[in-house]
Design a protein around this ligand. Sequence first.
Ligand code: ADP
Ligand code: MG
Length: 239
Amino acid sequence: MLRLHELTMRFGALNAVDGVSLSVGEGERRALIGPNGAGKSTLFAMIAGALRPSGGTIEFDGQDVTGLPEHRRARRGIARTFQHSSLFAGLSCAENVALAVRARRGLGMRAWLGSGRNMDIKREVTGYLDLMELSEERPAGALSHGEARRLEVAMALAQQPRLLLLDEPAAGMSSAESARFAELIQNLDTTLLIVEHDLDVVFAVASHVTVLASGKVIADGSPAEIKASAEVERVYLGT
Ligand code: ADP
Ligand code: MG
């Protein structure tokens, strides 16, 4: 579904992403792990279309999308959440998700208040909130940190992505919250590319794991292979 070929991002003298080649098949849940500054978020930004690569290509569904702007990639089915909150605090969870549904359907924001009367949209909204175990009426501004992160995922799901990019979705969650979150994520039927520091979440969720360090892929394999890799241990523990 997704094929990166020699993808590179230079910031001045720094090769933040340095010749990364990587494939993600339909239905995979691939985790991208690596130390801070490894280039994970930069790679995501290039896949989503927010950053133009300095070199290399991105293929999605067999087509070269390297030059496509972000909104056109979103239309083709690439969605991502952000590391920082992008919610409307004064709106309820349902209203926030309804905005995302309406945006996907090309409906104007002006009429969003009417969404309560539109049973079709309401049903869809309820579905995403249920998947993320959120209640409809809570204002987004009153959510705990973990709930807000789940709402961001619900809004990304409202785009009905074929490929969902999650950048550290469990950051700041308690260990109980992140364990439950991992279960919710596992139940999604979307192809997933997830950056996550919490290795418990990674190994609970991922079908495949890619390890990035200094902009390069240093290991790639099943969760079991990555767990057993001496190279990965060296990068993480500095031994
Ligand atoms: P990660 O998400 O793995 O922690 P990032 O992709 O955020 O890493 O960053 C990779 C490297 O690129 C870091 O050294 C970071 O400082 C640098 N970097 C990221 N974005 C920019 C930017 N817009 N301009 C200059 N340097 C950047
Ligand atoms: Mg990052």
